[in-house]
Ligand binder design. Sequence first.
Ligand code: SAM
Ligand code: SF4
Length: 313
Amino acid sequence: MIDKFNRKITYARISLTEKCNLKCKYCMPNGFCPINSNELSDEQIKNIVKALLSLRINKIRFTGGEPLMRKNVISLLNDICTFAPIDWAITTNGTTLKHDAIYLKKAGIKHINISLDTLDSKDYKALTGADLQNALEGFYTALDVGFDTIRINFVLIKGISEKQIENLAKLTLKHNVDVRFIELMPIGQCAEYSENHLLKADVVFQILKDLQIDVQDAHAPAKYYKLKGAKGRVGLITPMSCNFCSECNRIRITADGKLKPCLHSDIEINLCDVLHNEDLLKKRIQDAVNIKPERHYLNENMYIKRNMSCIGG
Ligand code: SAM
Ligand code: SF4
């Protein structure tokens, strides 16, 4: 699909649930997000995936909430990943990967992003309400199981991240993983937290002085660098200090069946009434792509209402 700004849309992110076992301060307002009861059924998700595949989407990432909190998620992924040999991916907080990683790999998931904002257990607890140990064990299990790509997503938070940037980046020396530093985005009810804790990605260059520019991935929002002698890469995702909308190749589907053509726009197209009819569903998806906004307006303080935990990043 090509949108009206000539961007080729090849990547979809599907939120499998709004439920989450963590309460990250920048994502879940006051540790609580009322759960929308209209979660798509397995059959409805499969219909969406089939329509996306026939519209030549070649990468699908499952997200949430926490996608691994969805009931029978492994069985759903076992079915879906047989539909086509594309880049199947998941973004998870990693806390259940100790058990789930092997089943995700067997299901056909190739790429896994694990969110980890600190290696300090006190800070992790304060930020997420959970124990760091589970996330760490999940990360190391994912390494043992071996996915095509393993990335760590690290959200930059003023007052918390500065002392952790080096620790996380050093993981790339030992392991073939990408550690991506992401600027905090003001979204939904957490917008004020993000504004108050915004830390521009420049800080990464101030702390990691010998970063060398690396080969770039087409359409990836991240710019990649390497530490000297490293196996993995350091990525910077800078929605606040640098707008990458002209390269955007993605759409998002929420857990309640709305298509978001842009993360930072309140435009949402309901898919629920056409899920039973593949032609109508494909047409609705195409129509949504046609109204994908040209760019976001975060720097003009225009933030969306929906919370991040209800979209999936
Ligand atoms: N629960 C899963 C996880 O944490 O990886 C998947 C959903 S989470 C919403 C997806 C990604 O969005 C995570 O990497 C998280 O750090 C990131 N995220 C959440 N709120 C954010 C915000 N306000 N700004 C930037 N990234 C955010
Ligand atoms: Fe849950 Fe992920 Fe949001 Fe944290 S970032 S609250 S783990 S959805």
